[in-house]
Design a protein. Structure first.
Length: 568
């Protein structure tokens, strides 16, 4: 490096130390898990200095000095820290004798209206791609960008950052793809400022992308506006079933993702066709739709066995009671004093056996408690209802909050119970989450509270039981694990984005999707990451798994379905 460049580098280093380094000794710092950092904690607040014109000039000089990639370049990154860097590098390119340089940026999530783009700017056919950002730590942000670009048929040449936190051996994902990692500084360059030696992380490699795509299915007319759990996939031995935003229900062949048959439901609001996840019983697949109907289709032919027409909308998913021959599902209505409820239908004929009306919309999915002949469901009134499954007699009602008249009349509240319940047969407990972030564990016999926990944001997922623990995901970006004997928190894992998806256990691992577009494999005992699989859209439903083939089926909120299997 030339003497002039060395002076600029040292000047930038001093600026970062004096203006961008923040210590927990001086300023409160909150970790991703929500806890306050200890006094020895610190962060680099690069955003504080990155819009200073003199600093940007220095960074541009160092970037173009270090950039040895010949020919036209395309400089990109993910919002927001990369935006001033991209703009500065593109504007200064000609000053450093570089022609044919352009820029683009990647959204953290796809735009919900207009052109609904994920990438803004024109990515040309020629020109190597360099991704830039202020900091490289775990690398998850760059991995997300690379996957988005690869889905568009583009290859990333290198990534460039101001500060790299970890040893190069940590970034196996990049090295395996032949992507160069460049940085102006590492943590070891700031040993004096941070007051700790050997800060460059010498730890084992990051969790690896250990899955490959067997096939991918994408339905037409996916709605990007509704970022919620939709119609999740269920499988039998040969097919996989799922509904779509466009109102088409698909049965796909698991072998190759081809369509075995499809079924179109009736008229519904745009982008809100089938959010109900199907249920299988006796060669029949059951689901609800926003045309107000509940459907029972033959799994072999896709022809309707029966249709129940009485609701205005059905967003709930059905639950089956095999020994009773009944299915239970939540219903919604447009009437002022009749907003929602639950209905029990004969699984073979569709005949209504009993019904119970509720004051608010009922989107929640019922849970049939086997061995107790009971069914439990939640509603948007924030109440959980336990019924005798045979005749619909209400056993008890648990109210999480008292609703106002305005909430009751609207059909919604801050305490909506959106998803389903988990049942612990060992301790005879039922558990669920609400949209105000509450997680309740109730005694099944009485409805009394055994445990209550409050997350920072809502819970739009179903709890998962694993041995003597329960795992519950929240929109506060955390997956929490509690001991069911003591109710003490065992661990929490931060996804880096909101979690709508319900976790599931496959073998000895826990799998959870998030709005990062990343399916993560976790150790259910510790919450430590084992591996991951990235996609370009958000994952808001739980995955399905075929133990016979070892294949995992990953849905996205854009009505995509990935069939993946572990690399040998």
């Amino acid at each position: 490096m030339a003497e002039a460049d060395t002076k600029i580098l040292m000047r930038l280093k001093k600026t970062i130390e004096e203006r961008a380094f923040v210590s927990a000794k001086d300023t409160p710092i909150v970790s991703k898990g929500g806890a306050m950092r200890k006094k020895e904690g610190w962060i680099f607040d690069i955003r504080k200095i990155i819009l200073d014109p003199d600093i940007l000039k220095d960074i541009a000089s160092l970037f173009w000095t270090s950039c040895k990639t010949p020919g036209p370049l395309q400089i990109g990154g993910i919002e927001s820290a990369s935006l001033p860097l991209i703009t500065t590098f593109v504007l200064s390119a000609r000053e450093y004798g570089r022609e044919g340089v352009s820029g683009f940026f990647i959204r953290k999530s796809r735009k919900k209206d207009g052109l609904m783009k994920m990438v803004e700017g024109d990515i040309r056919e020629n020109g190597k791609i360099i991704l830039v950002d202020d900091i490289l730590n775990s690398g998850k942000s760059f991995i997300r960008q690379i996957e988005v670009l690869e889905s568009l048929g583009k290859k990333v040449d290198s990534i460039w950052t101001l500060i790299r936190f970890r040893d190069e051996r940590f970034y196996t994902y990049f090295s395996e793809k032949g992507i160069a990692v460049q940085s102006l500084f590492t943590l070891d360059d700031f040993t004096d400022a941070l007051g700790v030696e050997n800060l460059l992380t010498k730890e084992p490699p990051a969790p690896r992308k250990t899955f490959r795509v067997v096939w991918k299915f994408a339905a037409k007319n996916g709605s990007y506006f509704h970022v919620v759990p939709k119609s999740g996939p269920v499988i039998d031995a040969e097919k996989i079933y799922m509904g779509t935003d466009g109102g088409v229900f698909f049965a796909l062949n698991q072998s190759d993702g081809s369509t075995a048959w499809s079924y179109k439901v009736g008229a519904h609001a745009g982008g809100k066709g089938i959010f109900s996840s199907p249920t299988l019983f006796e060669n029949t697949v059951f689901f609800g739709a926003y045309d107000g109907n509940v459907y029972a289709l033959d799994t072999n032919t896709g022809k309707a066995r029966w249709i129940f027409y009485e609701a205005d909308w059905v967003g709930s998913s059905p639950a089956i009671a095999p020994d009773l021959g009944l299915i239970f599902i939540g219903t919604e209505f447009g009437l002022w004093k009749k907003r929602g409820g639950i209905v029990a239908l004969d699984a073979r004929t569709g005949k209504k056996k009993w019904q119970y009306e509720m004051p608010c919309f009922t989107h929640s999915t019922p849970l049939f408690i086997e061995g107790k002949q009971q069914v439990i469901i939640g509603s948007n009134d924030g109440a959980a209802y336990l019924f005798n499954a045979k005749n619909g007699t209400l056993v008890w009602k648990f109210e999480t909050a008292q609703l106002t008249d305005a909430e009751l009349s609207s059909g919604f509240s801050d305490h909506d119970i959106k998803e389903s319940f988990a049942y612990d047969s060992v301790r005879d407990l039922v558990m669920f989450g609400t949209m105000d972030g509450s997680f309740f564990v109730l005694e099944r016999k009485t409805g009394h509270v055994a445990f209550h926990f409050k997350a920072d944001f809502g819970i739009y997922s179903t709890p998962l039981l694993y041995h003597d623990t329960v795992c519950v995901a929240s929109l506060d970006k955390n997956l929490y694990c509690f001991d069911l004997n003591t109710f003490e928190e065992q661990w929490r894992w931060n996804a880096g984005a909101r979690i709508f998806a319900t976790p599931t256990v496959i073998g000895e691992s826990l799998y959870i999707g998030a709005n990062t577009g990343r399916l993560t494999e976790l150790d259910p005992e510790t919450g430590h990451e084992r591996s991951f699989f990235p996609v370009t859209e958000r994952i808001t439903n739980k995955v399905a798994y075929n133990a016979a083939t070892g294949r995992i089926f990953v849905p996205t909120f854009a009505n995509e379905l990935y069939c993946i299997e572990r690399n040998s």
